[in-house]
Design a binder for this molecule. Structure first.
Ligand SMILES: Nc1ncnc2c1ncn2[C@@H]1O[C@H](COP(=O)(O)OP(=O)(O)OP(=O)(O)O)[C@@H](O)[C@H]1O
Length: 604
């Protein structure tokens, strides 16, 4: 849409089709053209929002400063807004503007089309294209002293993240303003993709001409393994990609005739729709799951096949609910999925619904405005849900969430908006949800303590992590853990009998318990030592290390000690000792020592 006051007829009706549509929408919004009551937000909310959009500002600022210098002598300013049209920063000489304009263009003003009618920021957002609005083309008469040009900015995941705008006095129009904006936007988007690349991702640059590689107008694609995770706008436009395809299109689907192999010397390739490009592909500089907690054994063996499926589900926005005994790795698996999914750039925010006092869960989840309640921090709090925006919200022990909050949580999940306590404003949010529980949720629904509709919303896909004792190839897993925990590096090894005992152990505390035991063994061992069963703490030796003959010799002490360890649980004791439950009952009938460890109702 080009700046041209003739595009508005003497009756104030736009004659340019795009402008005409925008004026039509402005009329539908019911705006009063003579109004000067402009929407803007409070300072406290602005501070909150500036923090929320720190990535956008960080990647845009260097380019904007250069742009502001280029127009320094034009009585104009450069504005950065978020995707709702809210002015985040204004750069340049504000003093050169009239007082009213200074006020209208300052941070905190909302320039959405529905708030102020036809205007460059709001209209660029509405049409997702750049546009210029000059003087009388503005819908509200009070804005007609302004000239504005704006272009939407796209984040690496393909969504509109904000707007870059140049504003000055009406009739400022300069033939190069739109070109300056387009170059700056391209540069911002280019840097944003490049600088937010993780070391465990692939980056690919493409251009139709070999000499075009490494310029800001090249196509950039980022892959996690073979999955497309990010792209700049040039790439999205040329390869006809949409934001929804991030996390669901693979390298092979884009380039069926090419291998995903690193090459730093430009080569040519052909896309699926027969377009020719030169490209370079840089392999990750670090392998995945580098952090101490997330190791190559990220998914338990029994889940390996499900891993890819789970990532695909998460990428498609399906909510996952993990079931499993305590310590079986529900949070660990969720973190691993987060790192592999398209939500990896956002945070992994965990909240334990059972550990937070009921009175605090609401503010913890939804956040609050300064002074929203007695004892609230004077700075307010953003809340876990908004913290998880763009990432994963992990709701641990979901079965313990109070009923009243379940209703609010359901609303957030459905409407994708959250309103902090004490605020009249809602914030849009987008995140993946993984919940976890060791409780039987359908039973809680039947008991009336868990909302059925929330269950269906949270458990669009359910997965059970089996207890450690049921994992196949447990010996390999234990050795892997041993290696990750530094055993191999220190030359400490385990004799086969010791490993056998660990494999046979019932592990009521699952991986958490196994890790703790390995930690103890490693702490007590000398470098290069070969550990045998005698290195085990007494309770492990007692429960399993004694061979069965000890039992056959009526070792009441052993049975009693094992029962005690499992709090009188006959099934677990029988399993640990490798005997039938009936054997234990018979022993109990003959021995007071054994009977004394049984819960009273099970004594025959
Ligand atoms: N596959 C795995 N490989 C390595 N370590 C693991 C694995 N699974 C779990 N762990 C470790 O075991 C411990 C317990 O795991 P986690 O907290 O994920 O279990 P959980 O099922 O969420 O437990 P809870 O129900 O008690 O919250 C953590 O220290 C975690 O790092």
């Amino acid at each position: 849409m080009q700046g041209n006051s003739s595009a508005v007829s003497t009756y104030g009706i736009a004659t340019d089709p795009l402008l005409n549509d925008s004026w039509y929408r402005s009329q539908l919004y019911g705006l009063d053209r003579l109004s000067d009551d402009f929407p803007r937000i409070r300072q406290s909310e602005l501070a909150d929002l500036l923090a929320h959009h720190s990535a956008l500002q960080q990647f845009a600022r260097p380019t904007i400063r250069i742009l502001a210098e280029k127009i320094a002598d034009k009585q104009a300013v450069v504005i950065l807004s978020d995707a709702s049209g809210l002015v985040l920063n204004t750069f340049g000489d504000m003093q050169a503007l009239q007082k009213a304009e200074r006020f209208a263009l300052a941070p905190g003003n909302l320039w959405s089309e529905c708030g102020r009618g036809t205007n460059a920021i709001g209209t660029a957002l509405a049409i997702e294209e750049c546009c210029e609005i000059d003087g009388q083309q503005h819908f509200l008469t009070s804005n007609q002293g302004l000239y504005c040009a704006a272009i939407p900015l796209q984040s690496p995941c393909g969504k509109i993240a904000g707007v870059l705008d140049i504003s000055g006095p009406a009739n400022f129009a300069h033939p190069h303003t739109l070109a300056l904006l387009k170059d700056a936007a391209q540069q911002i988007e280019y840097l944003w993709v490049k600088q937010s690349l993780n070391p465990d991702q692939w980056i690919m640059n493409l251009h139709r001409k070999i000499e075009g590689l490494d310029r800001a107008d090249e196509l950039l694609l980022v892959f996690s393994d073979n999955m497309l995770m990010a792209a700049n706008r040039v790439a999205m436009r040329e390869l006809e990609l949409s934001a929804e395809q991030m996390g669901s299109v693979t390298f092979q689907q884009l380039f069926p005739q090419s291998e995903q192999q690193a090459n730093l010397v430009p080569q040519s390739l052909t896309t699926a729709d027969q377009q020719h490009y030169f490209f370079r592909l840089r392999a990750p500089t670090r392998t995945r799951f580098h952090s101490a907690d997330v190791t190559p054994s990220a998914l338990p063996f029994s889940l390996r096949d499900d891993g890819n499926k789970m990532v695909r589900l998460m990428n498609a926005g399906v909510s996952l609910c993990l079931h499993g005994e305590t310590g079986s790795g529900k949070e660990y698996v969720s973190r691993a999925l987060h790192q592999q999914s398209r939500w990896q750039r956002g945070k992994f925010v965990a909240i334990n619904c059972a550990a937070i006092p009921e009175s605090l869960i609401e503010s913890e989840l939804f956040g609050y405005q300064p002074g929203a309640f007695t004892g609230a921090s004077k700075n307010g709090y953003i809340g876990k849900i908004r913290e998880a925006d763009g990432g994963v919200l992990f709701l641990d022990e979901i079965g313990d969430m109070p009923l009243a909050l379940q209703t609010r949580l359901l609303r957030v999940l459905q409407e994708k908006e959250v309103a902090p306590l004490g605020s009249s404003r809602s914030w849009p949010v987008s995140f993946a949800v993984i919940s976890a529980t060791h409780r039987n949720l359908p039973q809680l629904v039947a008991d009336g303590t868990f909302r059925e509709d929330l269950l269906y919303r949270l458990q669009e896909f359910a997965l059970t992590i089996p207890p450690l004792r049921e994992w196949p190839e447990l010996d390999t897993f234990i050795m892997q853990l041993w290696q990750n925990m530094g055993g191999e590096q220190r030359g400490i090894s385990m004799k086969p009998q010791l490993l056998d005992i660990l494999v046979q152990h019932p592990w009521p505390g699952n991986v958490r318990q196994l890790r703790s035991l390995l930690k103890v063994l490693l702490a007590l061992a000398e470098d290069n030592e070969e550990l045998d069963c005698s290195s085990l703490p007494a309770e492990y030796r007692m429960a399993v290390s004694e061979p069965l003959p000890a039992l056959q010799q009526h070792d009441e002490q052993l049975i009693a000690a094992t029962l005690q360890r499992f709090n009188g649980n006959i099934s677990k004791t029988a399993e640990a000792l490798g005997v039938a439950r009936s054997t234990l009952y018979r022993r109990a009938a003959r021995s007071h020592t054994v009977a004394g460890q049984l819960p009273s109702k099970s004594v025959p």
